[in-house]
Write a protein that binds this ligand. Structure first.
Ligand code: NDP
Ligand code: 2IT
Length: 453
């Protein structure tokens, strides 16, 4: 790192020494900003970077709720309102036992630049809780969500902060959260996105992250005179993002062959089809089962249980042309990246947030694999959330076709912006630099215009 950015980075680490995920996100970002820092007016931009890595506000709260046995339970809730230079704070809520302040801060930081790349009027934020939705009854999830919203409601609003879903928060949870917000405020507003289209949601929001990811991957390949047709694809995860990534890959005649969850992965060498995908959706969204059940229904597929001691994840050893990590942070480490490179994978596009460690990114880039970082690649979800806000403000609803068309244009626009920025300030292939620099320049100039706040 250059001297100026190194100082900022060291000060941040000293302030919050245990926030390792946040350090990782900031380090990746500063390494890109290094490429332009000496060409920027010194004082203005340096001060802005210092302020960008400090959340405007971080709220931590108690979430008391009562389980089905009548026992009082307690969880911790978070909302990090990172940056409002470009619009109301915007970003999802994650319910997962691993959630802590470091994870929410890294997600809110990434979200700020991702949202800026959409070109919509969206600031950045993220929230959630260490609540585990797994194994809970609908009643328990509802009581938890109502208690969570009872506290969160005082900090959010359609023009202030607009949460949405993330890991563990899907349409069921958004429904309970919205219902409680409506009761508390006595208003029907667009304060949450990812709502059911029946009551104020946007069509294509559930599909948007996965579809957008595949649109961006297709744009990269098109730029290199390639298509996704017949490409074997590794997809990890089996939740919202993974399911709709597989769906769009199938539309474009690619051959997705894997899925996973926290217990292991399945490999179906025949490739998924619409019927198999329907089975997965029913398994994960309705029955809330484990991915291993896939091999009971389709015995030709193989199931490999997760083994934390192994040091690498077998899913990334599957022979393929493209890889779409869609589960969680740091799911591709250096050994995994080396396996992808050894197997001559040509493209890695990130559906999950920060799924690739810094060492792994280096390996992918050294091997000239097209690498699309999360900030750009998974921006389709929040982009359609932005479109949901626009529809809510004007009390209208666009058709699924209309929203999908806008999503495709948005993703093509993001690819154009990050690749031209990369070409200008770094190398054309370095989309990490392209995404970080393009995102940074827009947020920074808005902050400077607004008096460095
Ligand atoms: P879901 O809760 O729908 O699915 C998450 C999937 O990832 C599940 O298969 C889950 O397995 C797996 N997973 C989660 N945590 C872990 C873990 N610690 N180890 C192994 N597997 C894990 O979430 P989404 O699909 O919405 O989110 C997936 C990723 O995409 C996240 O990184 C999220 O931040 C990102 N993202 C989501 C967007 C959205 O609109 N939903 C938008 C942009 C990015 P299991 O079922 O066993 O827990
Ligand atoms: O990481 C993300 O971009 C999301 N979870 C979606 C955020 C949103 O506000 O739709």
């Amino acid at each position: 790192m250059k001297c100026a950015t190194q100082t900022i980075y060291a000060m941040m680490k000293q302030k919050d020494p245990y926030q390792v995920e946040f350090h990782q996100a900031v380090e990746e970002f500063l390494l890109s900003i290094d490429k332009i820092i000496e060409d920027l007016p010194h004082i203005t931009y340096h001060k802005v970077i210092e302020r960008m890595i400090e959340p405007e506000r971080a709220i931590i709260f108690r979430v008391p709720w009562i389980d089905d046995e009548g026992v009082v339970q307690i969880n911790r809730g978070y909302r990090v309102q990172m940056n409002s230079a470009l619009g109301p704070y915007k970003g999802g809520l994650r319910f997962h036992p691993s959630v802590n302040l470091s994870i929410i801060k890294f997600l809110a930081f990434e979200q700020t630049f991702k949202n800026s790349l959409t070109g919509l009027s969206l600031g950045g934020g993220k929230g959630g809780s260490d609540f585990d939705v797994k194994g809970k009854s609908d009643g328990e999830v509802m009581r938890f969500a109502q208690s969570f919203m009872t506290e969160l409601s005082r900090h959010i609003g359609a023009d202030t902060d607009v949460p949405a879903g993330d890991i563990g928060v899907g349409s069921r949870e958004i429904g309970y959260l919205f219902g409680q917000y409506k009761r508390l405020r006595n208003e029907f507003s667009g304060t949450l996105t990812g709502k059911n289209p029946l009551w104020g949601g946007s069509y294509i929001r559930p599909e948007a992250t996965g579809y957008g990811l595949v649109y961006l991957a297709a744009s990269i390949l098109e730029d290199h005179h390639e298509t996704l047709e017949n490409k074997r694809c590794i997809v990890s995860g089996s939740g919202n993002v993974a399911q709709y990534t597989v769906e769009k890959l199938l539309h474009l005649k690619a051959v997705p062959v894997t899925l996973s969850d926290s217990t292991g992965c399945i490999i179906d060498n025949d490739g998924f089809d619409a019927e198999k995908l329907e089975f997965v959706k029913e398994l994960k969204n309705i029955r809330r089962g484990r991915i291993s059940a896939y091999t009971e229904k389709y015995p030709n597929a193989t199931y490999i249980p997760a083994n934390g001691l192994r040091g690498s994840n077998p899913i990334w050893e599957v022979e393929a042309d493209c890889a779409f990590p869609c589960a969680t942070q740091n799911e591709i480490n250096a050994a995994d990246a080396q396996h992808l490179a050894d197997n001559k994978v040509i493209l890695v596009a990130e559906g999950a947030n920060m799924p690739t460690t810094l060492e792994a990114v280096d390996i992918l880039q050294h091997n000239r694999i097209h690498y699309a970082p999360a900030k750009a690649a998974n921006a389709g979800g929040v982009a359609v959330s932005g479109l949901e806000m626009a529809q809510n403000s004007s009390r209208i609803q666009w058709s699924p076709k209309e929203v999908d068309r806008k999503l495709l244009q948005l993703m093509k626009g993001i690819y154009r912006e990050i690749s031209t920025t990369a070409q200008r300030y770094s190398t054309k292939e370095n989309l990490v630099d392209g995404a970080n620099i393009a995102g940074f320049l827009r947020v920074a100039s808005a902050m400077i215009d607004q008096g460095y706040v």
